[in-house]
Ligand binder design. Structure first.
Ligand code: NAP
Ligand code: ZN
Length: 331
């Protein structure tokens, strides 16, 4: 089968590798959509640890083509994949903190993932999707599941005023989840004008360009601020614009060596809750439900589809201005 192999830092190759065969409790899917994510680029340039050689890609789904012994899925089923495989035995797993599993394995990060024609996975990672689902939407289930986790942790309430800093796919999904949760005001902050236009189309009540205005002057007393850029500057802004007793919900992954400047005094006096949200524990099934419900505008977020052959080019260059999500279709 065809796969895009990461052989070393900055070394990608479109290669022919053996098509996997499933063992007990494993299945193989024909990959139908796999999203490109910032993490893939971080792994490529050596900023995020990964095992190599590796097939990258952790936001994917497809059609079941082979099943091993004891698997309840049928050949032909459409499935979404949760890439994060937890051990279920460590102290964190046993206490329900599976995102922090001490032996976390991830398809596309520590074992072969979705940038291939076929993918092998444990049956615990597959979620049945209605056959009528647009196969491209399978590439957005995992990021949506991560956003649902953030929404859960934020404890958003009807009538809340929220700000979302960062207008990538995460910010765009958060807008729609906040709208469904009944937020009264949803302000999306991002520099690119095309992104602000999409944000307004899908539910932002207001958008701001942080390059043109001082966000800390424009916004104040937000009930919840989602940091979805992964930038120290936006984290600092999030702290500044959130009301006392409010929530700063951090989803963006900032570079590991960078530090924010934060007043400990302010955290205490203002009773701020700064909450980190990592991956998608227990939210993949709800992401599937929501995507199947048709309540989300996903098509506005899919900027283009690309083939496996084109992928190395797209992984090594920055996304085009205004583009949100690229999906590899496995052809
Ligand atoms: P993305 O496409 O890179 O979107 C982030 C966007 O933030 C950037 O494209 C940029 O858009 C905007 N931005 C940058 N600097 C900004 C600033 N100073 N003010 C406002 N906006 C700014 O990434 P994504 O896929 O949406 O993911 C967002 C973050 O979440 C990333 O850090 C990613 O690693 C992380 N993530 C976390 C989880 C989790 O489980 N916690 C899961 C998936 C992803 P403009 O050019 O328009 O400003
Ligand atoms: Zn564990």
């Amino acid at each position: 089968m065809k796969a895009v192999l990461l052989n070393g830092i900055n070394t990608l190759e479109v290669a022919e590798i053996p098509t996997p065969t499933p063992g007990p409790h494993e299945l193989v899917i024909r990959m139908l959509a796999c999203g490109l994510c910032g993490t893939d680029r971080h792994i490529l340039v050596g900023e995020h640890p990964a095992k190599m050689p590796l097939v990258l890609g952790h936001e994917f789904g497809g059609r079941v083509t082979a099943v091993g012994e004891g698997v309840s899925f049928q050949i032909g089923d459409l499935v979404s994949v949760d890439p994060n495989i937890v051990c279920g035995k460590c102290d964190h797993c046993l206490a329900g903190r599976t995102a922090h599993c001490r032996d976390l394995i991830a398809l596309g990060v520590t074992i072969n993932g979705g940038f291939a024609e076929y993918v092998l996975l444990p049956d615990t990672q597959a979620y049945l999707v209605p056959p009528t689902t647009n196969p491209l939407h399978l590439g957005l289930v995992e990021p949506l599941a991560c956003c649902i986790r953030g929404i859960d942790l934020s404890e958003i309430k009807s009538g809340d005023r929220v700000a979302i800093l960062g207008g990538g796919s995460m910010g765009m999904l958060l807008i729609q989840l906040c709208k469904l949760a009944g937020a009264a005001e949803i302000v999306l902050v991002t520099r690119q004008q095309e992104r602000r236009e999409i944000a307004e189309k899908i539910g932002a009540t207001k958008t701001l360009d942080p390059a043109a205005v001082d966000i800390t002057k424009e916004l104040s007393d937000m009930d919840i601020t989602f940091e979805a850029a992964g930038v120290i500057e936006t984290f600092n802004q999030a702290v500044a614009i959130t009301r006392s007793g409010g929530v700063v919900l951090v989803l963006g992954v900032a570079p590991s060596h960078e530090r924010a400047e934060i007043s400990v005094y302010e955290i205490v006096i203002r009773g701020l809750r700064i909450i980190g949200s990592y991956i998608n524990p227990f939210t993949q099934a709800r992401a599937v439900e929501l995507i199947s419900s048709g309540k989300l505008d996903l098509d506005s977020l899919i900027s283009r589809t690309i083939s496996l052959d084109e992928l190395p080019k797209f992984l090594t260059q920055s996304p085009r201005q205004g583009d949100i999500k690229y999906l590899v279709t496995g052809e």
